[in-house]
Design a protein around this ligand. Sequence first.
Ligand SMILES: [Zn+2]
Length: 60
Amino acid sequence: MKNKDCCSICSSRTDDGIYLLRVYICHSCEKEMIQTSADDPKYQYFIDQMSKAQRSVIVS
Ligand SMILES: [Zn+2]
């Protein structure tokens, strides 16, 4: 039985995501991130979630 990975941004379990900087994100978050411009506050949210997740990857 294959465990589905948990998206670091929306916490949904999916197996169609990708690893970005060793952080797992689902396909829909990846798409949303690409479509969000860098001056959008939402973009900063993505970055925050990513760096939080990345820190926990390094610690564990
Ligand atoms: Zn997601």
